[in-house]
Every structure is written in structure tokens, then in C-alpha cells.
Design a protein. Structure first.
Length: 349
């Protein structure tokens, strides 16, 4: 997956004119600035290039994306295992006394209640724990505080995406917990009410995409996020209003040209480049001082098929991924960082 640079697109008429006018009048720099200076890597973004948003991609280290079982965690598990063993032995002793006085009573098998060795107990606990990157840290921010459309947010989660609303001051710690080994990929977008491709998943061949409505097969191409975002006044503070929608971009074969005629017409807007997942259109408003973080959830079990093996993955795994130096797919976090003014005024000052 890669962050797309801002591209030209046609304005759509669905944005309320009043909100757009307020946003544009209140901050003179509220336009996209392709060559804006990039903020410091780990510090909260400063409004050095107008107002709008910055997009970041965190390529996640697959090893650090697993739950760490350090010495402190193992010591806690050992104490828990000892307590369970002691309780099991006590219950076994009580049962043996009861059976001695009442021969007709059914025998009990306390040894089946807990693994007999500490190693087996740890393995059982690991099987129960979610082995996902930084999920413990990300879960602390899973409450989006009404910033997103609740029905659309629920659909994104059902399709394999974890969503978090994170204070900007906590982004560096979250990034470390999620195991981001290298430099970020980032792009300054400013404010745009025009639909553009903000990020694209890796190019792949035919595959099965698992969704909440069931699996379906797509041909060669990639999954992208089409979207737009602009500053707007909120109930108590400025917000970044946005609309995101997943889109399938089919692989376009090289069209032949006969004179000035193209075999395939060129798309006029980003929305014309492929079918949209309209059900998953996500709308929301990110308040000042927060960032929106979207990451893929756990791996989706492959669908049983008859015939040749076809790769199977969730929509999130197809969208929120990149190809690492080793040629393998790696999960990524999609981070939207608003850069907003302190306040809005109706007269534009």
C-alpha cells in the first residue's frame, strides 16, 4: 500500500456549500500544497503549510506485530498456573474424601481442568490471546467518541479493519508499540473537496475477497481508498470532515492507439476508475488534537474452494498492505493527521 500524492479531480456537488465556504474563508492556506514541508517524524504536526490533513503509512513489523511474552508476563502466568494447580489439587483431595464415604458418587477428573505443565499452560494462553500487532495498545483508543458514522464504522470492522481515534501526543508511543521499524511514508494533502485516491494496496492477481456478505472473486488489480477531506467548524472545536470509500482498480491492459482514437476511454475522475464499495462509504469528523488510525485485523481463514487454489483475504488485508523488501506482503496502518486552525470565524479573519 502506498500513500497517493494529491491529484487533480473534478469537484462534486454533494459537499454542502456553506460548510465548504466557511472552511475556505476561515483559513487562507486551506488548499492542497504538494510541496509543503514535512513535519518532524514523530512529533505532532504543526500548521506550517496551511490547514487540512497529512496522510501517513506505518509499515508494521510482522515480528513486533505479535503479542510479546516478556519475563514479567511469564512470571504473572506462572503465578496464575501455580494457583490453578493448587486449587485443582485441593479439589481432587476433597473429591477423593467424598468418594471414600459415598462409593456411588461419580468420579471426577480434576487433571483435565488445567494443563499438566507450565509450558502447556503458556501455549494455551497464547492460543487464546490475539496474536495481532500492537492490538493491546491500539485497543486503548478503539472508542471513536462519535467521530465516525456508527453504522459505517461497524461495517468497516466487520470487514477486517480496526479503527482508533488517537490523541496526537500519543502517536509516537502507539507507533512504537505497533512495531514500525523504518521511516514513514507520508504526504501532505491540505484541504480538498475533490475525490482522489489517497492510498492504494499492492497490485495482485485473481483472488477471493472475504466480506461480511460473503466471499467474491476479483481479477487482477488493487484495492484503493478514494476520499476527500476539508476543515470545518465543529460543535466545540474545528474538525476535519472526510469521506472515504474502498474502490477496486482493475489492472488496465495497455490500450492500443489508432490515430487519435483510444480503445478504452480515459477516466474523468478517481471515482470512474473502478467499482466502488458503496456500502462501505465512511464519513466522519476528526476533532482537533486527534488522529484517525486504521489497521487490518487478524488473518481471515481461507474459503474452501474446488479447483485451483486462489488466494483468499479480507478486504482490509487487500487494502492495508504493502510489499516488503523480502517480497512478502506486510500489514500497514493508515493514519490521518488533521492540521486545523484554533477557531473559525464567519468573516474569514
Amino acid at each position: 500500500m502506498r500513500v497517493s500524492k494529491p491529484q487533480a479531480a473534478f469537484r462534486l456537488s454533494t459537499i454542502p456549500v456553506m460548510v465548504a465556504a466557511l472552511a475556505m474563508a476561515s483559513c487562507a492556506g486551506s488548499v492542497r500544497i504538494p510541496n509543503a514541508p514535512k513535519p518532524v517524524d514523530l512529533e505532532p504536526v504543526a500548521a506550517v503549510a496551511g490547514h487540512g490533513m497529512e496522510l501517513r503509512l506505518w509499515a508494521l513489523d510482522a515480528a513486533a506485530w505479535r503479542r510479546a511474552w516478556d519475563n514479567a508476563e511469564l512470571a504473572r502466568l506462572y503465578e496464575q498456573w501455580q494457583a490453578i494447580q493448587a486449587q485443582a489439587q485441593s479439589e481432587a483431595a476433597s473429591d477423593s474424601q467424598g468418594q471414600a464415604t459415598d462409593k456411588a458418587g461419580p468420579p471426577t477428573h480434576a487433571e483435565d481442568a488445567v494443563p499438566s505443565t507450565f509450558e502447556a499452560f503458556v501455549s494455551a494462553q497464547q492460543a487464546l490471546a490475539p496474536m495481532r500487532p500492537g492490538m493491546d495498545a491500539l485497543a486503548l483508543y478503539s472508542n471513536t467518541r462519535g467521530a465516525l458514522d456508527p453504522q459505517a464504522e461497524a461495517l468497516w470492522r466487520k470487514n477486517g479493519m480496526e479503527i482508533a481515534l488517537v490523541p496526537l501526543v500519543d502517536l509516537p508511543d502507539l507507533r512504537g508499540a505497533m512495531g514500525v521499524p523504518g521511516p514513514l511514508e507520508r504526504a501532505w494533502w491540505g484541504a480538498t473537496t475533490q475525490w482522489s485516491h489517497m492510498a492504494k494496496g499492492p497490485l495482485a492477481g485473481q483472488r477471493i475477497i472475504e466480506t461480511d456478505l460473503g466471499p467474491f472473486t476479483i481479477g487482477p488489480g488493487r484495492i484503493a481508498i478514494a476520499g476527500r477531506a476539508w476543515p470545518a467548524p465543529g460543535p466545540n472545536r474545528p474538525v476535519l470532515s472526510f469521506e472515504f470509500c474502498p474502490q477496486f482498480l482493475p489492472l488496465q491492459p495497455g490500450g492500443s492507439r489508432t490515430g487519435t482514437l483510444l480503445t478504452q476511454p480515459a477516466p474523468t475522475t478517481a471515482l470512474d476508475e473502478g467499482p466502488l464499495f458503496v456500502r462501505l462509504a465512511l464519513r466522519g469528523s476528526i476533532p482537533k488534537g486527534y488522529a484517525l488510525v486504521i489497521v487490518p485485523a487478524s488473518q481471515t481463514p481461507a474459503t474452501t474452494t474446488i479447483g485451483p487454489q486462489i488466494p483468499s483475504m479480507s478486504l482490509a488485508e487487500a487494502l492495508l498492505a504493502t510489499i516488503g523488501p523480502d517480497g512478502r506482503s506486510r500489514p500497514v496502518a493508515f493514519v490521518v493527521v488533521p492540521v486545523l486552525p484554533d477557531w473559525f470565524s464567519l468573516d474569514g479573519r
